[in-house]
Design a protein around this ligand. Structure first.
Ligand code: FA5
Ligand code: MG
Length: 412
């Protein structure tokens, strides 16, 4: 059990989020820096690139899926990112010992509440409320490394579609003896309660939908591939990768929804698919945005390039010239219980968006002292001006001081 709360969360007895007060306790490891991002709602800001992508996807679902002229997918983009551990994990059948529950990976508010780590946290409740088809966009929070493509807050979009037996089988001509459910064994192709036809038809509908979505975003001659994956709440499961600028990039995870989840939500006579995709990943590829920190920029150099744009306009971001980097290393002896994510959070709290990247560049075990030393390289870069060495030194010194104070490390 990693002592995540060693990173002095520095809230008092309670923390105020979106007008509600939450008592802090031994679980609390969210930091003020992280909590200050809640409510920014970049995905709902007119002309913000994340909003443009969200609108493109929403419009795809609204125009592709109609019932008697009305969209069948309902869209949600204002659900609170504060959820219970139960919503984020248990409702999705995430095992008690799954790594994603570790405080080194997740931001907890207290022993009941946390910041959602994925938009899947809303699946069960929205199905329970009676919906058959919905999309959800929102900010999600994960403790993670720091570099040009990782930020502790990013945005996801979830999609869910359920089918009754009539809805699933109405396109098949020979229906004799086909039913949604049957008793069997779980294997690579299906869950124990699904017929093979169910599993294959749901898979087909899901893949056709997501391939069409990607073509709608990236154009007709897009290169894609399906990769087998595992999620506790879908089976079978896949990831979709697209080929872009000479590399394969994972865009989303998806699968056939676990029947146990649907049963717990009261949808016992339906089957369905679900997917979750990353809006930053899509936006960075679509608009050629080179650094994930830029989404949080309030500088006109960035936002200006999207102003007055409609979600269907094609946009290529032109980098505001990159200012020089400043590289500083920090080495310290680590205590017995230490997680690099504790250090990353501290760096993020002190250095904010001046920090472009942090990487573990060296670790070694002192043969006599039996102590472990870590060396981290911190790359500083301001997105809108040149940093002076003094400005960097001040931040770096503060990182050293607080690491010694809060993480129990001994700076070398
Ligand atoms: C999930 O979060 C699952 N909830 C997805 C899912 C939903 C599966 C419904 C099945 C059914 P994953 O952690 O792989 O899975 O994240 C999904 C997508 O979010 C990724 O494909 C990627 O596009 C994006 N993503 C994940 N981590 C990051 C990150 N650190 N920075 C930016 N985007 C990320
Ligand atoms: Mg993944």
């Amino acid at each position: 059990h990693s002592p995540a709360n060693k990173v002095c969360h520095s809230f008092g007895d309670s923390v105020e989020i979106l007008g509600k007060s939450y008592p802090t306790d031994h679980f609390t490891n969210a930091t003020p820096t992280i909590v200050s991002k809640i409510g920014r709602n970049l995905h709902n800001k007119e002309h913000h690139p994340l909003h443009l992508i969200y609108k493109r996807i929403e419009s795809f679902f609204h125009k592709s899926y109609l019932r008697r002229g009305n969209p069948i997918f309902s869209a949600y983009s204002n659900l609170s990112p504060v959820v219970t551990h139960e919503q984020n994990f248990d409702s999705l059948l995430v095992p008690q010992n799954h790594v994603s529950r570790l405080p080194s990976d997740t931001y907890y508010i207290n022993s009941e509440y946390m910041l959602r780590a994925h938009t899947s946290a809303h699946q069960r409740d929205l199905v329970r409320s009676g919906l058959d088809a919905f999309i959800v966009a929102g900010d999600v929070y994960r403790r993670d490394a720091i570099d040009a493509t990782h930020y502790p807050v990013f945005h996801q979009m979830e999609g869910v579609r359920l089918f009754s037996d009539f809805e699933l089988f109405n396109k098949v001509s020979d229906l004799s003896g086909v039913s949604l459910f049957e008793d069997g064994r779980r294997d690579n192709t299906r869950q124990e309660t699904h017929s093979l036809e169910t599993s294959k038809l749901v898979e087909h509908d899901l893949k056709v939908c997501l391939e069409a979505l990607m073509r709608c975003l990236f154009g007709e001659d897009l290169n894609m591939r399906w990769v087998d994956a595992y999620f506790p709440f879908t089976h079978p499961s896949w990831e979709l990768e697209i080929y872009h600028q000479e590399e394969w990039v994972e865009m989303l995870g998806c699968g056939v929804m676990e029947q146990k989840l649907l049963d717990s939500a009261g949808a016992t006579n339906k089957v369905g698919w679900a997917f979750g995709l990353g809006l930053e990943r899509l936006a960075m590829k679509l608009f050629s945005i080179p650094d994930i920190r830029l989404f949080w920029s309030t500088d006109s150099g960035f936002l200006h390039q999207f102003e007055g744009k409609d979600f269907n306009d094609s946009i290529i971001y032109k980098p505001v010239s990159k200012y020089p980097q400043c590289v500083n290393d920090i080495s310290f002896w680590i205590p017995e219980e230490f997680s690099p994510n504790d250090f990353y959070d501290l760096v993020r709290s002190v250095g904010g968006d001046l920090v472009e990247q942090v990487s573990l560049v060296d670790e070694f075990l002192h043969p006599k002292k039996k102590r472990m030393s870590h060396c981290y390289r911190i790359v500083y870069r301001h997105m809108e001006k040149t940093l002076t060495q003094e400005e960097v030194n001040e931040v770096h010194q503060e990182i050293e001081n607080l690491s010694a104070q809060n993480l129990g490390v001994e700076v070398r």
